[in-house]
Design a protein around this ligand. Sequence first.
Ligand code: GDP
Length: 352
Amino acid sequence: MAYNSDNDIAGQYSVSFPQGFDYGPEEGEGDPAGGAQDQKPKILVMGLRRSGKTSIQKVVFHKVSPNETLFLESTNKIVKEDVTNCQFFVYHVWDLPAHLDYFDSTFDPELIFGGCGALIFVIDSQDDYMDALSKLHFVVTRVYKMNPKIKFEVFIHKVDGLSDDHKIDAQRDINQRATEDLADAGLDNVHLSFYLTSIYDHSIFEAFSKVVQKLIPQLPTLENLLDIFISNSGIEKAFLFDVVSKIYIATDSSPVDMQSYELCCDMIDVVLDVSSIYGGFDSEPPVYEPRHNRISPLSFDSDSDSDDGEIIPERVNPADSNQRLAVIKLNNGTVMYLREVTKQNCWRLSVY
Ligand code: GDP
């Protein structure tokens, strides 16, 4: 990781994943640079059909709106899809119909699970989850034998349809049953992490962020740098984001408040939308007018005296014409600052 500071402590970061960090071999398919992907952790997503795997992928990685996933077609065979546009990890989705045994000789489980950093298992909380729990047990017991270092992450999904009490009950019940089943199989040492998720709010991005962070060996260093950054700048909270997926790679050590995280995600959406419409901040500086809920590139005026809030695009360093930055001032006094730290879609976003 490189750290460079001229007039701002943030400087520029470049993060790499060491090959020897138990991510195992990667195919490197479709990678023109050849081997760049070898350094990325691999995440597998599994679960019964209709549990929400494809929807999660579409919402997090393809910017599809949650309502559009209602019309996704169901499949009766194993479907594998790779998401490789994220700069920080390679993400594979396996749609696993319950009747198929992908640990038999037809498949090569060692190849699938051997080099995998994390396995996300999606359980539909609105459905009877007994089948899903037995599939989870089946998968965990087998995969653990092949790859004991893999992280098992259980997404208790579609919780938007449950009341707060039901969410807690479902989480406790699923946690208890899954852990007891493993203990009965003599696998008390296998750790499962549980998350309540929905594509209809930011919980799915938050859960994904937590999973990805477990696979980043430089996380303590990044957190440390963000701590130094906020203690020297008076900023309240700082996130290091992959702006394409809105997954945060790291944050400072103060607790994450969901509202700040959601605010940051909304800012990223606004800034990227404006950028894509008006060709980025280098050409047409836009201004966001919250009261009118609109963005007006033509009304931008650096001396404008608005009560509502505004996006102020700036050049951090006039010598670097490619470095992008946006500031949004909200009328409650919050100022949000988004600054690119690498050319690989990874931005730092601060709230103060
Ligand atoms: P897959 O077979 O596991 O890939 O499941 P799909 O992604 O096709 O999703 C099945 C259905 O669940 C679709 O109608 C989605 O709209 C719905 N769905 C997915 N995620 C959520 C969620 O978080 N909440 C709710 N209420 N429905 C969801």
